[in-house]
Design a protein around this ligand. Sequence first.
Ligand code: G3P
Ligand code: MG
Length: 254
Amino acid sequence: MPTHPDIALPRLIAHRGLSAHAPENTLVAVRAAHEAGFQWVELDVQLLGDGTPVIWHDATLMRCSDGHGRLATLDLAAVRKLDVGGWFGDGFRGECMATLSDMLELLVELDMSVNMELKVTSRRSGTELAEVVVPRLLRALPPERLILSSFDQPALNHARTLADASLLPIGVLTESVPEKWCSRCEALNAYSIHTDWTRLTARRAREIKAAGYHLLCYTPNDPMAFANRWTWGVDSAISDDPALFAGIAPPPDQ
Ligand code: G3P
Ligand code: MG
């Protein structure tokens, strides 16, 4: 195994910020996670048409803003005019889309840690996304407060060429863990595997743990249904509503 930063990985990570209680992937959702006592958030990052990295999940604007159309066709001036909070509730009206730089500034201010997901939703390549995002992440946060993940293989491959395992913890993100998971993790010097909790098997979980990787699951929101995954060796749950797991998740495995 390569040398990784000494990450104090928590049992619970707030998915897209505290997204059960605030509009996902916004500054207010990260503040809400912090106020609720969660040190780590998972966030999605992708590029606007002008190359600005922004914190956003979907390819389009419709679900989470008062705009429409594709994110990748807009520039920063256009997205700054959008309201990305009102869809969630009147109390959030006026919230602006966060750029990566807005978000990193907040994470630094709050002394928080992030699992940043490189989200490839357009024809722009994962390689380009990694090229833009990785140096900014590394400048803003120490490696023990950072995990970079993606479903996109070229994005992670390129990220690894930009920083070695001691500087950049990489999480291999999968819908279900493939047969060849181990060679993929080895090739990337990965820190962790992140997978859909409903598709993980006990056998695969135990293989991953036996090989020394950290194992994270998205997106459980029912702590009782999730309970046996802790016994399989899962390290962390990335949940929209992590407070539901209080008193049920085991203490951190230090
Ligand atoms: O990173 C875990 C999870 O966020 C992956 O799926 O679609 O919620 O970004 P998605
Ligand atoms: Mg995500």
